[in-house]
Design a protein around this ligand. Structure first.
Ligand SMILES: Nc1ncnc2c1ncn2[C@@H]1O[C@H](COP(=O)(O)OP(=O)(O)O)[C@@H](O)[C@H]1O
Ligand SMILES: O=C(OP(=O)(O)O)[C@H](O)COP(=O)(O)O
Length: 402
């Protein structure tokens, strides 16, 4: 049972600072809808119905990446889900933001600018240090209470997530509460039979520690995506290198090479890698190659069809399956085979299954799969896998410590 308080414990009609996580895929500078908007919209609606006035705090991307953009378009996506206007101010805690915050009336909702554009939000530091940042010190006195609904970012010790609970009344929102309950139940559960974990996506730093920490529970790991390509590089294949200006591989390889090589040699056959990969041909079509024949200058965008079938078969034989991260760029139909084959195989069976990741869980809606065919679909990625390992999440720790 969680030991944090929730929005049920709020006094009526308060001025609330609500941390949500609408970190989303970006196309042409604009936020694309993912499941996070709909889930947070439910918390927001409930708070508005209770007569609160809300300022929403959120982040998008990381400095230096293409996805590091303003939250202006996020306000539009959220407005569509809420069926009411979400005002936006292109400032987080400066004069313009404070003016907009002070104008809030009960029932109003205002989205503040990307918190990662503020000094002090990043990097990861102790909550007590974050509580001293200008962001926290300026915004806290403007509100009666802080609500953290951003479960999917709760593994980050950033100011907007861990600073406020140290200096003001703070509660968990509905997404925080439901994800915490679901993911803790998974963590505490014992499984009979074969447990498979499918790991992909872009963030090796989040996934590699997980492999070692869930070692007792998980029988085999099926790897794909950028993370899988880094492991293929460790096997000496010509893949997992940055080409065409991509910035996925070389810095992750520099940071995690030793761990990747160690995990690869320790886990041997329990760690399954792609035997073929798919890329885009000059004619714009999907083309495939066995890993022995891949070329260093090609950008690979999905596992190949032989690998997709093999992973899907392993999923069908499993009693529990955990997925984090896509096996390819599923947003493009040509490169969705790996991800969709695995998800469809899960949906066909009655195994216990959890699919996590803000991007990955989006594939369920995009490819006409139904949420009811999965035991739990988490809007969190890194936070969910960390919770699976039994590690606590700092954003929840600070709520519990209150
Ligand atoms: N080979 C690849 N090249 C580029 N992007 C990839 C590749 N494989 C997977 N991806 C991308 O990984 C993203 C999901 O990764 P990530 O953000 O780490 O996971 P999540 O948000 O689901 O936790 C997908 O949007 C997908 O496009
Ligand atoms: O999308 C997120 O994480 P996820 O991709 O692991 O689900 C969170 O918003 C955290 O973002 P970050 O991984 O840039 O710190």
């Amino acid at each position: 049972m969680p030991t944090f308080t929730t929005i049920d414990d709020l006094e009526p009609a308060q001025r609330l600072l609500v941390r949500i996580d609408v970190n989303a895929p970006i196309e042409d500078g604009t936020a694309q809808d993912n499941r996070r908007f709909a889930r947070h919209a439910e918390t927001i609606s409930e708070l508005l119905e209770d007569g609160h006035a809300l300022a929403l705090l959120a982040h998008q991307g990381r400095p230096g990446r293409d996805t590091f953009v303003s939250l202006e378009s996020h306000a539009d996506v959220l407005s569509a889900h809420l069926d009411r206007e979400v005002a936006f101010v292109s400032d987080t805690f400066g004069e313009e933001a404070l003016e907009a915050i002070r104008d809030l009336e009960p029932g109003d909702v205002l989205l503040l600018e990307n918190s990662r554009m503020c000094e002090g939000e990043l990097p990861e530091e102790e909550p007590a240090v974050k509580a001293e940042t200008e962001l926290v010190r300026t915004l806290a006195p403007e509100f009666d209470a802080y609500v953290n609904d951003a479960y999917s970012a709760a593994h980050r010790s950033h100011a907007s997530l861990v600073g406020f609970p140290l200096v003001m009344d703070a509660h968990a929102g509905r997404v925080m509460e439901t994800e915490y309950t679901a993911n803790s139940a998974i963590r505490d559960r014992e499984f009979d039979g074969t447990v498979t974990m499918v790991l992909g996506g872009t963030k090796a730093e989040d996934l590699i520690p997980v492999i070692e920490q869930v070692d007792d529970t998980v029988d085999r790991f099926c790897l794909g995506g950028i993370v899988g390509e880094l492991f293929l590089r460790a096997d000496g294949h010509d893949v997992g290198y940055d080409v065409d200006g991509t910035e996925f591989f070389d810095h992750q390889w520099a940071d995690h090479r030793e761990t990747i090589e160690r995990v690869r040699s320790e886990y041997g056959d329990r760690l399954l890698l792609a035997s073929d990969l798919a890329a885009e041909s000059d004619a714009g079509e999907r083309t495939e190659a066995a890993v022995e024949n891949i070329e260093k200058e090609t950008s690979y965008l999905d596992v190949g069809s032989e690998t997709a079938r093999r992973y899907a078969d392993l999923v069908r034989e499993s009693d529990a399956v955990f997925v984090k991260g896509a096996l390819g760029v599923f947003e493009d139909e040509r490169f969705a085979d790996g991800t969709v084959s695995v998800l469809s195989a899960i949906a066909e069976t009655d195994c216990f299954s959890v699919v996590g990741g803000g991007d990955t869980s989006r594939a369920i809606g995009m490819y006409d799969l139904e949420e009811k065919d999965f035991s739990h679909v988490s809007v969190a990625g890194g936070a969910y896998v960390r919770a699976l390992t039994g590690d606590s999440l700092v954003g929840i720790d600070v709520l519990e410590r209150r």
